[in-house]
Design a protein around this ligand. Sequence first.
Ligand SMILES: *[C@@H]1O[C@H](CO)[C@@H](O)[C@H](O)[C@H]1NC(C)=O
Ligand SMILES: *[C@@H]1O[C@H](CO)[C@@H](O)[C@H](O)[C@H]1NC(C)=O
Ligand SMILES: *[C@@H]1O[C@H](CO)[C@@H](O)[C@H](O)[C@H]1NC(C)=O
Ligand SMILES: *[C@@H]1O[C@H](CO)[C@@H](O)[C@H](O)[C@H]1NC(C)=O
Ligand SMILES: *[C@@H]1O[C@H](CO)[C@@H](O)[C@H](O)[C@H]1NC(C)=O
Ligand SMILES: *[C@@H]1O[C@H](CO)[C@@H](O)[C@H](O)[C@H]1NC(C)=O
Ligand SMILES: *[C@@H]1O[C@H](CO)[C@@H](O)[C@H](O)[C@H]1NC(C)=O
Ligand SMILES: *[C@@H]1O[C@H](CO)[C@@H](O)[C@H](O)[C@H]1NC(C)=O
Ligand SMILES: *[C@@H]1O[C@H](CO)[C@@H](O)[C@H](O)[C@H]1NC(C)=O
Length: 489
Amino acid sequence: MAEPIRYHRRLQIKRWIHSLITSHQALLTLLWITAFTLIVLWQKNSIYRLAIFGRASPRPIPKLRPFAFNLTDFGGVGDGVTLNTEAFERAVAAISKLGKKGGGQLNVQAGLWLTAPFNLTSHMTLFLAENAVILGIDNEKYWPLMPPLPSYGYGRELPGPRYGSLIHGQNLKDIVITGNNGTINGQGQAWWKKRRQKLLKHTRGPLVQIMWSSDIYISDITLRDSPFWTLHPYDCKNVTIKNVTILAPVSDAPNTDGIDPDSCESMVIEDCYISVGDDGIAIKSGWDQYGIAYGRPSTNILIRNLVVRSTVSAGISIGSEMSGGISDITVENLHVWNSRRAVRIKTSAGRGGYVQNITYKNLTLDNVRVGIVIKTNYNEHPDEGYNPEALPVLKDISFTGIHGQGIRIPVRIYGSKEIPVRNVTFRDLMVGITYKKKHIFQCSFVEGRTIGRIFPRPCENLDQYDEQGKLIKRSTSQSQNTTDTDYDI
Ligand SMILES: *[C@@H]1O[C@H](CO)[C@@H](O)[C@H](O)[C@H]1NC(C)=O
Ligand SMILES: *[C@@H]1O[C@H](CO)[C@@H](O)[C@H](O)[C@H]1NC(C)=O
Ligand SMILES: *[C@@H]1O[C@H](CO)[C@@H](O)[C@H](O)[C@H]1NC(C)=O
Ligand SMILES: *[C@@H]1O[C@H](CO)[C@@H](O)[C@H](O)[C@H]1NC(C)=O
Ligand SMILES: *[C@@H]1O[C@H](CO)[C@@H](O)[C@H](O)[C@H]1NC(C)=O
Ligand SMILES: *[C@@H]1O[C@H](CO)[C@@H](O)[C@H](O)[C@H]1NC(C)=O
Ligand SMILES: *[C@@H]1O[C@H](CO)[C@@H](O)[C@H](O)[C@H]1NC(C)=O
Ligand SMILES: *[C@@H]1O[C@H](CO)[C@@H](O)[C@H](O)[C@H]1NC(C)=O
Ligand SMILES: *[C@@H]1O[C@H](CO)[C@@H](O)[C@H](O)[C@H]1NC(C)=O
């Protein structure tokens, strides 16, 4: 009996050694694959380097003011849980004393910095380091109420006061918000949900709102998931917004406009990427009788080199609140993709005011349902007190170099008998269409011209000139009033 047992043992040892060797082989192979993958990833992308080998050294924070502070100097804790409102307030109070000495810079370092709304001060730079995230607390109890904007009379979606913005400023001068692509995150999800469930008693607050201020520079940051409009400069002068990323879900994120220049003068918005749940940009100037009384236009605004996506509304809008007037706007080098509309002007009787001298140049439309829209019956009013006789004036609007593909309706300009659209120029419009019906270049109550190559065939309302400016076909006043359309989307 001893023999078979010894044999058996020997067999067991043999098996054990064998399995050891094969598992070793497996282990070696695994190690080899791991090492190889690591090298590939290492080479491929520094992000993987970060994930596998710990933090790469963060980009240095430049000193942009004579005095600089860290939020931690004021008791800030970037753990995503501690509320940092007081730290921000203490920092702002300290900086507010440095105005005469060139102002102060507040650095928000990498981390998650939860806060309730707070106010900025003049001569202040808010610097968001790489991987710094300011998180807006999503409990409305922490959001102070403010009076309605004078040019709106109302909180906009609900009457009475409205919530202020997460980051707010009033009557300031020389404000900079910049960084190494740090983020201000409004945690809008809770707000959007409450608004859908009709649980809110007041209009939601914007993410960043700066009012009655001048010399504002916002660059190199990301703004995301605002409860309401994302960036709202109100009655400001000299505002630059550059290289900013603005994000919100493209659906079910109601009213998350990207940027809303409102009664602002001298503004540049450039090199931005915007993908949001409402208009990418909406230029405004007050609402009906309140906006007419306030009487402050948006004027001299340049928007260029933008990539925008809006599946709910439009890439760039003007209106519908435009009662203080909107003029001297240039939009150029705009790329709108996978969107409902590319550019839109919207207004209605009751608004008063004007939209004039608007220039669009070099628009690329990729997979957009309606390219260019002018709509004059956007009948949304603050209350019954508006004056239906207050008719907006729409004129001197030009479109040059409109290209793209996947467009259903390239142009839809619906003026009306009361609000005709005057002096519209189309020069060089060539787009690929997805819908071959007769009237997809749609017009009513519009007067103007086309110059040069236009595809698809323009509506009868417009005079047609060739590239050399020679008249080819004149419209009849009869046709200017027709509603040249045979279906609706
Ligand atoms: C901010 O903190 C960093 C280290 O995290 C330090 O190097 C720097 O000196 C601090 N700056 C100020 C102004 O306190
Ligand atoms: C910001 O300042 C305005 C004007 O003084 C004030 O109404 C508002 O309550 C302040 N907001 C916060 C969060 O302190
Ligand atoms: C835009 O911002 C990013 C991220 O902060 C930065 O890396 C890049 O240099 C900026 N681009 C320009 C042109 O300033
Ligand atoms: C900035 O961060 C956002 C969001 O994290 C990202 O989508 C964007 O590409 C970044 N911008 C640059 C220039 O790195
Ligand atoms: C506009 O603001 C910038 C700072 O953002 C400032 O450097 C510039 O001097 C201002 N321009 C005018 C005309 O006030
Ligand atoms: C039209 O607006 C542009 C700026 O977009 C401005 O340069 C031009 O002077 C304005 N034209 C008139 C006639 O006001
Ligand atoms: C038109 O705009 C696109 C970006 O949307 C840009 O790449 C292109 O260079 C512009 N063309 C001209 C002629 O400026
Ligand atoms: C029509 O609008 C263009 C700008 O698009 C402007 O240059 C021209 O002067 C306007 N014509 C009239 C008659 O006002
Ligand atoms: C076209 O509209 C103008 C302005 O409303 C009006 O004066 C004219 O009689 C209308 N023409 C036709 C044919 O309806």
